[in-house]
Design a protein around this ligand. Structure first.
Ligand code: UDP
Ligand code: MG
Length: 138
């Protein structure tokens, strides 16, 4: 198992001032922050980031949502990081997320769901490189 994953505090989390609370949960769960920045994604960047979903009905809305305001990508490190982080954030749809998870606490619905987490070690590496140069990873 790899030890890296990519989180994004999505635009809804930034708008609602949840950055501090969510970062606190991430650190309390034992993750180390290796890189963190605030950016506003361009449509090109968001389309590429979610290319795997290009044929899904929600793709255009997803790109619009992810470019609707600033977001906070965070490169994280922990043993078994991908699975551990997805456990911390809960199911895609907050209605199905377990109590105490980030999405249960902070997501509005299955579209505006507060946070992203990589789904495999391979994608974690690709996604971290999408946002961070090696100099930006400590
Ligand atoms: N999404 C959506 N509608 C859906 C499923 C997903 O708007 O029916 C959005 C949501 O923001 C989700 C993202 O698309 O986080 C990527 O979907 P995925 O299935 O990869 O969920 P995740 O890995 O984020 O839990
Ligand atoms: Mg996913």
């Amino acid at each position: 198992m790899g030890n890296k994953t990519l989180a994004i505090l999505k635009p809804d989390s930034v708008k609602k001032n949840y950055i501090g609370d969510i970062v606190k949960m991430i650190l309390a769960a034992g993750f180390k922050i290796k890189g963190m920045k605030m950016i506003k994604m361009t449509p090109e960047s968001a389309k590429l980031f979610y290319l795997v979903h290009k044929d899904r009905p929600f793709y255009n809305d997803l790109v619009e949502y992810m470019t609707s305001g600033p977001c906070v990508p965070i490169a994280l490190e922990k043993e078994n990081a991908v699975a551990e982080f997805r456990k911390l954030i809960g199911a895609t749809d907050p209605a199905q997320a377990e109590e105490g998870t980030v999405r249960k606490l902070y997501a509005k619905d299955k579209a505006e769901n507060a946070v992203h987490g990589s789904d495999s070690d391979e994608n974690a590496a690709i996604e971290i490189a999408h946002f961070f140069s090696t100099q930006e990873l400590v």
